[in-house]
Ligand binder design. Structure first.
Ligand code: NAI
Ligand code: 15L
Length: 280
């Protein structure tokens, strides 16, 4: 942890009363659970997978995002939502439909009914996966999703934008690159975001006096980055880690991909090669 010290949380510095984390049993949920605990008096954890035992400041509410009534109960009483839940890789459309499309609609309808808590939506670089790695992509460039999963994140961004335009619902649309302990291939020299940088971004999103509905690139301060967040400087997020520190290690293993490999050609890497997974 690189020692962010936040005096107060909540919009404009007030403490949040209750922060909801969906997808809390997943890789990012488990990594963020302790890192964002300081932001709120109570952290409500939700998933369809096992969540373990609640700490004194936590409450556990299992919920399928596709169940509208359950999502309404889940969101009630929350003043901020870290939305990590859903299908996180390419999959059958029926699974993506339930968790990422219906689930997101349920979440935004519940938010509309319960005071419009600010939302951080875990979008993905796979909204723009078919751009080539030698292209610099602006946040407002046309989407070029690389699969049904990427399309579901495009839907999520569009839905969030509509709720912002129509109702003033604030959301940070964070196009996460590759958020993990450390980068594991050369592509991630560009796409990596450290857990600590993500936790700091979450804090900035929920502390900002005014958020709006910006698209943010979820990456560390990587030398090899393809995207930049200068349009969102008002949030005050300064990522501190840099995938470059891992370059020598990656040269040894797994080594550089062939220049013609999708891993070296497309921003979305191997996701561009996934088939459409049909129903059985
Ligand atoms: P993950 O797959 O480890 O976690 C997702 C969680 O959502 C799982 O615990 C799963 O049980 C839960 N979930 C799935 N369907 C559900 C449903 N119908 N109802 C309730 N919960 C459901 O994914 P990870 O890596 O933790 O990612 C979190 C979010 O960030 C995902 O939305 C993913 O698309 C997004 N993201 C992650 C990136 C990364 O590098 N880890 C990169 C880009 C986006
Ligand atoms: C994602 O959207 C996935 O959720 C994650 O598992 C990683 O594969 C990441 O993108 C990536 O592109 O590296």
């Amino acid at each position: 942890m690189h020692g962010y010290r936040l005096q107060g949380a909540g919009y404009g510095g007030r403490d949040l009363k209750r922060l909801l984390i969906t997808g809390a049993a997943g890789a990012l949920g488990r990594a963020m659970r302790a890192r964002v605990a300081h932001l709120a008096e109570i952290v409500r954890l939700s998933d369809i997978a096992e969540l373990g035992t609640a700490e004194p400041h936590e409450e556990i509410m299992p919920c399928d995002l596709g169940d509208a009534a359950a999502v309404h109960r889940l969101v009630e009483g929350c003043d901020a939502i870290l939305h990590l839940g859903g299908i996180s890789v390419e999959d059958k459309f029926s699974k993506i439909l339930n968790a990422n499309l219906l689930g997101l609609y349920n979440l935004y309808e519940a938010a509309r009914a319960h005071g419009q808590p600010r939302i951080l939506f875990a979008s993905s670089n796979h909204t723009v996966g078919f751009y080539r790695q030698d292209e610099h992509v602006e946040a407002d460039a046309p989407m070029r999703p690389d699969g049904l999963y990427g399309v579901s994140k495009c839907f999520g961004e569009a839905l969030a934008r509509m709720y912002f335009e129509k109702f003033g619902q604030e959301t940070a649309l964070v196009r996460i690159g590759s958020c993990m302990e450390k980068p594991t291939n050369h592509r991630m020299l560009s796409t990596w975001m450290s857990y600590d940088d993500f936790a700091a971004l979450i804090a900035c999103v929920f502390r900002a006096p005014m958020l709006g509905c910006p698209i943010l690139w979820g990456i560390s301060d990587n030398d090899s980055r393809w995207w930049d967040n200068s349009h969102a400087a008002y949030l005050g997020w300064r990522p501190r880690d840099n995938a470059e520190h891992f370059r020598a290690e990656l040269e040894l293993s797994p080594g550089r991909p062939e220049t013609s490999s999708p891993l070296a050609v497309y921003q979305g890497g191997m996701f561009t090669q996934d088939p459409i997974f049909t129903e059985d």
